[in-house]
Design a protein around this ligand. Structure first.
Ligand code: ADP
Length: 536
């Protein structure tokens, strides 16, 4: 316990320790933190690259996830340690900003910390290491900008976009049909993109999954798919030129807000009540019909009475449609979400060329397609797959591909993958380190070594000798002055990533470098860890 005395000589406690708290100070704190971060990074290292391994994670309630996506692995790992959580957040930030490269950023941060540890052992002060890393990251980013290339695409020539999405997908479980998925991702993004403003609203792309069929059956629908069916089996299955009432009010009699008591002691009274209830439903249905609606999409359910009436009045309906879907439908069909029946007017109805219910397989699985909408910008990608795990993983992989395509539309600069960009940066940082007089030069060299860990991990995961492969490629890059040489993970016979067509976005790679450096600096600067002792 740290004690101090006030002006009257009375003791008071400044920091209470030992009893409830455990505390690590100085180098011990840094070492423990580095250790924690490294062990998180180690988990992801084997997942990096096209030959990376997948992880299977089981949640406490028994759900199984098989994935290759760094952010998802960390998210589901339930990391307890505070520093470990920083790594989880690192991956999440990359996912949030860029959407791809979530494994790479953690592997890089882990490698940078590993090399920082060696410097701390040599007695170099953590602040000097942090400063050296900052200098090195600036040089690396400059080098990235230097080796980046612009690549051109137009609405008709999207091959380069497809290629980049394929690089992202190649490392995923769904790599088997990466061409098809990449094409669909690019089409979807271009469908909702505003090429003049270079902006893409990914909210307009909905990814829907349905277990069954195979991965190759993935389809892009220019409209919305809702995983629901018509509320009554006898309602029409196809509605052309639909006018849609989008409702958030339930088809049921209003419920009294305060307690009331109704005494029903005679048959007449019961009949009266029943008729009144029916009248409510009939009024509601009529209000919909009067507005001109030919289809009702309802956020809430309705009971059999209402369902029956809707069917009788030839008003098809879909119930239990989620809030997010409802919004998308409203955007796509140009309709308004209506919270009260009284507010329904013809202008508030959404319009769609065709609404149809599609049956899948021999099962009773049905989905509703809303196509040829008034505002045709919203699209849906329907993913099929043999089981839930594949469908979920395909959704995640497709999300990465969509993000990559969006990033390219925002900024069409690319760098080459396969570790080539990291090696080029590492060479630049090493060269710059020679010109720095201070202790920082050691840190810069360590940073360069950290960068080398990415191609090393790629080589290791592909079954090559990591150090040999790295040194060979590095020497070749130096000799030919060619920054596009990387690790030939797929054994194609060339390590020129331009020939292999392995691209990554410049903003993604830059973000990886900057985020990893920031987190490493942050961890290095912590020299006191005070935590509740139960976590000892
Ligand atoms: P992340 O979640 O970080 O995107 P991935 O597992 O997708 O991680 O691996 C991406 C890494 O794999 C990148 O460094 C990329 O350059 C590399 N990569 C992808 N495809 C290939 C390929 N065909 N040949 C060599 N490297 C590749």
């Amino acid at each position: 316990m740290a004690l101090a005395f006030d002006e009257f000589g009375r003791p008071f406690v400044i920091i209470r320790e030992q009893e409830q708290k455990s505390r690590l100070k100085g180098l011990d704190a840094q070492k423990a933190n580095i250790m924690a971060a490294k062990s998180v990074a180690r988990v992801l290292r084997s997942s990096l690259g096209p030959k990376g391994m997948d992880k299977m994670l089981q949640s406490p309630d028994g759900d199984v996830t098989v994935t290759n996506d760094g952010a998802t692995i960390l998210e589901q790992m339930e990391v307890e340690n505070q520093i470990g959580k920083l790594m989880v957040q690192l991956s999440r930030s990359q996912d949030y900003e860029i959407g791809d490269g979530t494994t790479g950023v953690v592997v890089l941060a882990g490698a940078l910390l590993e090399h920082a540890e060696a410097l701390l052992d040599k007695g170099i002060h953590p602040i000097r290491v942090a400063e050296g890393y900052e200098m090195a990251s600036k040089i690396a980013v400059q080098q990235l900008n230097k080796i980046a290339q612009k690549f051109e695409f137009s609405k008709d020539d999207v091959e380069s976009l497809v290629q980049t999405c394929m690089t992202t997908l190649s490392s995923k479980i769904v790599g088997r049909c990466k061409r098809k998925l990449a094409e669909i991702a690019v089409k979807a993004v271009l469908g909702v993109a505003d090429l003049e403003r270079r902006d893409v609203n990914l909210d307009l792309i909905k990814i829907e999954g349905k277990v069954g069929g195979k991965l190759e059956d993935v389809e892009l629908v220019h409209g919305i798919i809702v995983d629901k069916e018509m509320s009554h089996p006898q309602m029409p299955k196809v509605i052309e030129n639909a006018k849609i009432a989008i409702l958030t009010c339930p088809f049921e009699p209003p419920k009294p807000k305060t307690k009331h008591k109704v005494d029903i002691d005679s048959v007449e009274k019961f009949e009266g009540l029943r008729l009144q209830e029916k009248q409510y439903f009939t009024d509601m249905v009529n209000q919909c019909k009067d507005s001109g609606a030919t289809l009702v999409i309802c956020q809430w359910g309705f009971d059999d009475e209402a369902n029956h009436l809707l069917m009788h009045h030839d008003l098809p309906a879909i119930r239990w449609v989620g809030g997010v879907e409802l919004e998308l439908i409203a955007i796509a069909t140009g309709g308004r979400i209506v919270p009260r029946f009284q507010e329904l007017t013809p202008e508030k109805l959404g319009k769609a060329g065709i609404v149809r219910e599609k049956v899948f397989g021999t099962s009773k699985d049905r989905m509703v397609y809303i196509e040829n909408c008034a505002n045709s910008r919203a699209v849906t990608i329907l993913i099929r797959g043999g089981n839930k795990m594949v469908v979920e993983e395909a959704k995640r992989s497709l999300h990465d591909a969509l993000c990559v395509a969006r990033n390219l539309i925002r900024d069409n600069s690319i760098v080459y993958g396969g570790g080539s960009a990291e090696i080029a940066c590492s060479l630049a940082v090493e060269a710059a380190a020679d010109t720095v007089a201070g202790v920082e030069q050691y840190a810069m060299r360590a940073f360069a070594d950290g960068l080398d860990s990415v191609p090393m991990a790629l080589a290791e995961n592909s079954g090559y000798q990591p150090i040999e492969s790295l040194t060979a490629v590095k020497a070749e890059q130096m000799r030919d002055n060619n920054p596009y040489l990387g690790i030939d993970c797929n054994d194609t016979g060339t390590n020129d990533m331009r020939k292999q067509g392995v691209f990554e976005t410049l903003i993604g790679k830059r973000q990886q470098l900057m985020l990893a450096t920031q987190v490493v600096k942050m961890i290095l600067k912590i020299d006191d860890v005070i935590s509740p002792s139960q976590y000892d």
